[in-house]
Ligand binder design. Structure first.
Ligand code: HAM
Length: 427
């Protein structure tokens, strides 16, 4: 619907702005891929591939899958197009678009949903891990989402991860019967996931379970310490969640999630997550390409923004020009064009209506300001500017109208009464 599309555009605008600042370029990959990509990439034993993919046989008897996430497709594309050999290191790309998972639909969880994600491919430096976390937190800051919690953990590289999985299985084996139905299956296929099971979270067996951090090699621990030190340096607050493992098989080293406690999100408080995946490229028969990335659920971001009760700027037009009388109506065309050329969204009445009827028409556009222009204003070479929220009116000389309006719009959007000098608002 048009009113929803505006919110999506606003969100996409912030995605583009923040991605530009961190110098990530957009990449677009197909909506469906060969099923094998996700079986190998995301992992045959992950819940996503095991229970949630939309798989079809096409008319050529090929198995295809609607993409459940973006990372595997992007790595496939980087390998296929040999982007790693031509790009600066790391290759930095972002994407947004529809994803598909056959999950039980509820608030904040759909079967067709949208992700904004980003991947930095080609380097194993801890600086890339911390930059991705900074990029993700800056993005939420730009959306003004409050009370964001950044959870981090490390799984280490494959040898650390494998040593840990063996230790976890040894520990869990005598207790399997106490685990939830899904975790009894996961014990054999994907034991890591048992650790952050939502159903079993109060099971004392899990509280005492060994943690991935205890099985890191010295090199893996120092990579993680470096990531944490970088976050400290950037003043990014985080919380080490020793049970965080994430749901996709490809993770190695750093994993992270971002959540907030806004009520509008219901049970789905996780806005996004990501981590390092140093072996995915090789799993897909590509060269060694260490990488790190994240993805956010866009529907959840919109629920969070809606919960703030702040109208996005795209729900307003900047001004509605009410011209009274045929002379004013003609002269008003030049004023409208002048303001539009300056980038302002301006509407006017296309018919010959009286003041009251024009106000009524104007309200449908939700303007920040009414510009009233009649015989008196023509005589004095001014425009009467009325704030739609406060009702305050000002007669502004025509030659100052544009600059005056730009200032007024800034004050209107931010709620600041001054032009931001020394004010506490983060506008
Ligand atoms: P993920 O944790 O599976 O990670 O998904 C990321 C985000 O997508 C979740 O935190 C959630 O906000 C949203 N999401 C997932 N499933 C649904 C759903 N059914 N309905 C609504 N929102 C959903 C990934 O997908 C990884 N590819 C992230 C990544 C990128 N890791 C490294 N690079």
């Amino acid at each position: 619907m048009p009113q929803d599309a505006k919110k999506w555009q606003e969100l996409e605008y912030v995605i583009r702005q923040v991605s530009r600042i961190y110098n990530f370029e957009e990449i677009r990959t197909p909506i469906f891929e060969a099923s094998e990509l996700f079986h190998r990439g995301v992992g045959d034993t992950s819940d996503i591939v095991k229970k949630e993919t939309y798989d079809f046989e096409d008319r050529g008897k090929r198995m295809i899958t609607l993409r459940p996430e973006g990372t595997a497709s992007i790595v496939r594309s980087v390998i296929e197009n040999k982007l790693y050999s031509t790009s600066a290191q790391p290759l930095k790309v972002f994407y947004y678009g529809p994803m598909f998972r056959y999950e039980r639909p509820q608030k904040g969880r759909q079967r067709q949903f949208h992700q904004f994600g980003a991947e930095a491919i080609g380097l194993k430096s801890a600086l890339v891990d911390s930059e991705m976390i900074a990029y993700a937190t800056t993005f939420l800051l730009a959306l003004k989402i409050p009370n964001v919690i950044v959870k981090v953990n490390s799984l280490g590289d494959l040898p650390s991860k494998e040593a840990y999985i063996t230790a976890l299985k040894d520990y869990l084996r005598p207790h399997v019967k106490t685990l939830c139905h899904d975790c009894q299956r996961r014990f054999d296929e994907n034991p890591l996931r048992v650790l952050d099971c939502k159903i079993d979270k109060d099971n004392p067996v899990l509280h005492k379970a060994p943690k991935p951090l205890d099985y890191l090699t010295e090199a893996d621990r120092s990579h993680f310490d470096e990531v944490l030190a970088n976050l400290d340096e950037m003043n990014i607050k985080y919380f080490i969640d020793k049970n965080l493992v994430r749901g996709l098989d490809y993770y190695t080293h750093t994993v992270f999630e971002l959540e907030t406690d806004l009520e509008s999100l219901g049970a789905q408080s996780t806005l996004g997550g990501g981590g390092r995946y140093n072996s995915l490229s090789e799993t897909l028969d590509g060269p060694k390409l260490p990488a790190v990335g994240f993805a956010f659920g866009m529907e959840r971001l919109l629920l969070a923004i809606d919960g703030l009760n702040k109208k996005p700027d795209t729900e307003y037009i900047h001004a509605f020009l009410i011209a009274l009388g045929s002379v004013a109506k003609t002269k008003a065309l030049a004023i409208t064009e002048m303001l539009r050329h300056g980038g302002l969204v301006v509407e006017y009445d296309y018919q010959d209506r009286n003041l009251k009827a024009q106000f009524k028409q104007a309200e449908k556009y939700n303007p920040m300001f009414y510009l009233i222009y009649g015989e008196d204003e023509i005589k004095d070479n001014v425009v009467n500017v009325k704030n739609a929220k406060t009702g305050e009116q000002d007669r502004i000389p025509l030659e100052e109208l544009y600059e005056n309006l730009v200032l007024k719009i800034r004050q209107y959007s931010t709620g600041c009464s001054d032009a931001c000098d020394g004010c506490e608002e983060d506008c």
